[in-house]
Design a protein around this ligand. Structure first.
Ligand SMILES: Cc1cc2nc3c(=O)[nH]c(=O)nc-3n(C[C@H](O)[C@H](O)[C@H](O)COP(=O)(O)OP(=O)(O)OC[C@H]3O[C@@H](n4cnc5c(N)ncnc54)[C@H](O)[C@@H]3O)c2cc1C
Length: 327
């Protein structure tokens, strides 16, 4: 069939009938299907340490549901200033002893002395934890982050400190939309490079909703000579009304189209969760179509959306291998 090429842009003054819009407007490619033989992507899952017994049950249900997907690692967040120290440690230790999963412990340095942070890192090493997600953290309650007088000021300093303690695998945070406190995008990228130069081998991004934002960020990383994995952080969002404040704090913009998709779903959790799954599925498929083969999921300790999206990515459950029992 011989199509006349469509004009570069369609008139926007009046709404067009569907067929006319299709014939004259910009054309979009469909979401591509995964090609046969394409390798299955590597996943990692993030959990937060539970505060109550009920949340503990929820977390462990989530861990058990996601364990058969054989993620590369699972990470457990850490309250800045040590507010979740015991709970993060307990969760990570239980993952080591009771599951087949490889844990990564988040560790923040804000509002703590070097000695405190180093003691925690040493405890993790002694407990068999070999992967740390090294972060500065934020001061509880917001406000300006003043470094502890005897502490590590920034995540890059923490990475260097961890390297001196043991041969940890170290991941760090990256911000496709620039960290809110960064002086400039260039400074923020320099900071990422400092973290990698100090010994980190992977960056995990803050969540984002515009796929192009992340892909442009990859371009900027590459132009700056950064070639380690910059793993996209995917957050399936079903509680849209609470997203705005949370996203703004971490420097993630919420596109207007997302608000339109969730419009009118405030009292309908079922629809909200379906919309959330579709948004996240489109996002990961677009990323996958652009060659991304590693994904980090902010699970919020709920397995269903992550499970469904992992399935769409081509990941299938495996029977976990028997755990080796120390002699
Ligand atoms: C994947 C991921 C996981 C996270 N997990 C947790 C968690 O478990 N617990 C938690 O509390 N928070 C967590 N956070 C949030 C994080 O702690 C905050 O975003 C925090 O504000 C910055 O941490 P960072 O490690 O990126 O800091 P840094 O890399 O130290 O950067 C912090 C800011 O300082 C600037 N900066 C760095 N070095 C310098 C310098 N020498 N001079 C001037 N400015 C500088 C940077 O540009 C940036 O604006 C996580 C974030 C991500 C993306």
């Amino acid at each position: 069939m011989n199509h006349t090429p469509p004009p570069a842009s369609a008139p926007t003054s009046a709404p067009l009938a569907t067929l006319e819009r299709w014939l004259t407007g910009p054309r979009f490619g469909a979401l591509p299907a995964r090609e046969a033989g394409h390798p299955v992507p590597a996943l990692s899952f993030e959990f937060f340490p539970p505060k109550t017994e009920a949340l503990e049950t929820q977390l462990w249900h989530c861990i058990r549901r996601l364990e058969p997907l054989a993620p590369r690692f699972v990470s457990v967040t850490y309250g800045a200033g040590g507010s979740t120290q015991a709970r993060t440690h307990a969760t990570v230790s239980r993952i080591v002893t009771e599951t087949t999963l490889t844990p990564a412990a988040h560790l923040t340095c804000v509002a703590a002395s070097r000695a405190e942070v180093e003691a925690i890192a040493q405890q993790y090493w002694d407990a068999g934890v070999r992967h740390i997600v090294a972060l500065r953290g934020d001061v509880p309650g917001g406000g300006r982050c003043e470094p502890h007088p005897d502490g590590y000021a920034y995540a890059a300093d923490l990475v260097a400190g961890l390297r001196r303690i043991a041969d940890f695998e170290i991941s760090v945070a990256a911000y496709p939309e620039v960290h809110p406190a960064a002086v400039s995008p260039e400074d923020d990228l320099d900071n990422l490079r400092r973290k990698l130069d100090a010994g980190a081998t992977r960056a995990i991004t803050n969540f984002f909703f515009e796929t192009e934002t992340y892909l442009r960020f990859l371009d900027r990383c590459l132009a700056a000579g950064i070639t380690v994995p910059i793993v996209p952080g995917i957050m399936p969002v079903s509680n849209f009304s609470q997203l705005g404040k949370f996203a703004a704090m971490s420097g993630c913009s919420v596109p207007a189209w997302m608000g339109h998709l969730f419009e009118g779903t405030e009292d309908d959790l079922e629809i909200r969760r379906m919309v959330a799954a579709i948004i996240a599925a489109e996002q990961v498929r677009l990323l996958q179509a652009n060659g991304i083969d590693e994904f980090h999921f902010y699970t919020l300790n709920r397995p269903d959306l992550t499970n469904a999206i992992a399935h769409i990515l081509g990941v299938r459950p495996r029977a976990p291998p028997p755990r080796s029992v120390p002699a």
